[in-house]
Design a protein around this ligand. Structure first.
Ligand code: CA
Ligand code: CA
Length: 307
């Protein structure tokens, strides 16, 4: 499988050896750098996807950073990944979204439905004032990436949280934190149970690839969307979800990294895994990091009460 990073805006230049690994993972930064600015408001994937205003716990990770190694020019500001509130002050995302940025990076969590529109509007109001632009859509927080990231083939440890002030979040948005799975919950379901389980992926990512003269492009993004996906395969740390259109599935793409994959288990919407990577045109598979596995639980335990 050709895989790639489902990140949106990559920080750019002078990345180290880890950058190579990150090409295997899903943010909005690289895509937007490659594509130019994300514009149209379209979602997680164009087929079988719908707006998700009711997923109030799902948010966008917004960053400001020096993107040209010149402190004299204003920092860039953009939404770069997706994520989910798992309690009043903890936003869960992926470590490849929070790692390898320039030293001056600052992170904000936004639970706005249309983050791109908010950023565009604020950019007009606050020209060259990235912190004001970011604050107009989000609450600033502190990133904690799994210290073992990028791990190895057995466990990527591609998990991170942004700790935000609960009071600031509650003043701005009304949301119910996502329910996390118990230890080994997906193992207990087994392949037959997983086949029968409805999954939904959510995030702010771009549309599926559109072929054009310059190759694939991934338009849109910055709006909270959701799409059904279905079980494909399970191993110790990954659950692979099918995003094949003929089966009625939608799927994740650039900018959906760190965002939630929910499974309805015994009637409870459970945040079972986070979007990490997939096939580069975003047609086939969403490769997601299990939250019921020991690595994720060990990392999360200081930040959120686990079932
Ligand atoms: Ca600069
Ligand atoms: Ca917490």
């Amino acid at each position: 499988m050709t895989s790639h990073s489902f990140v949106s805006h990559r920080p750019g230049s002078s990345r180290s050896a880890r950058a190579t690994r990150r090409t295997l993972t899903l943010t909005a930064a690289t895509a937007a750098v490659l594509l130019g600015a994300a514009t149209a408001a379209s979602g997680i994937n164009s087929y079988n996807a719908t707006a998700a205003p009711e997923r109030t716990e799902v948010g966008a990770l917004v960053a400001t950073w020096d993107n040209d190694d010149d402190p004299a020019t204003a920092d860039r500001v953009a939404w770069v990944c997706s994520g989910t509130m798992v309690d009043a002050d903890t936003f869960l995302t992926a470590a490849h979204c929070t790692s390898d940025w320039p030293d001056n990076v600052r992170f904000y969590v936004s639970l706005e439905q249309n983050v791109q529109a908010g950023l565009d509007e604020a950019a007009d109001r606050f020209p060259d004032r990235p912190a004001d632009i970011a604050r107009s859509v989000g609450v600033e927080g502190v990133a904690h990436s799994d210290p073992e990231y990028p791990g190895n083939s057995a466990d990527s440890h591609d998990i991170a949280v942004i700790e935000v002030a609960a009071t600031e979040m509650a003043e701005r948005w009304s949301f119910s934190p996502a329910a996390l799975p118990s230890a080994g919950e997906l193992d207990r379901l087994g392949p037959r149970g997983l086949d029968a389980t409805p999954f939904v992926v959510a995030g702010y990512g771009t549309q599926e690839a559109q072929r054009g003269p310059g190759g694939h492009t991934h338009p849109g993004g910055g709006v909270r969307m959701k799409a059904p996906v279905s079980f494909n395969a399970l191993n110790k740390t990954w659950v692979r979800l099918a995003m094949t259109a003929p089966q009625g599935n939608g799927g994740a793409c650039y900018g959906d990294s760190g965002g939630p994959n929910f499974a309805t288990i015994d009637g409870v919407r459970t945040l079972v895994s986070t979007t990490i990577t997939g096939d580069s045109p975003c047609y086939a598979t969403n490769v997601t990091y299990r939250l019921d596995a020991p690595g994720a639980r060990k990392f999360l335990s200081p930040f959120v009460a686990l079932p």
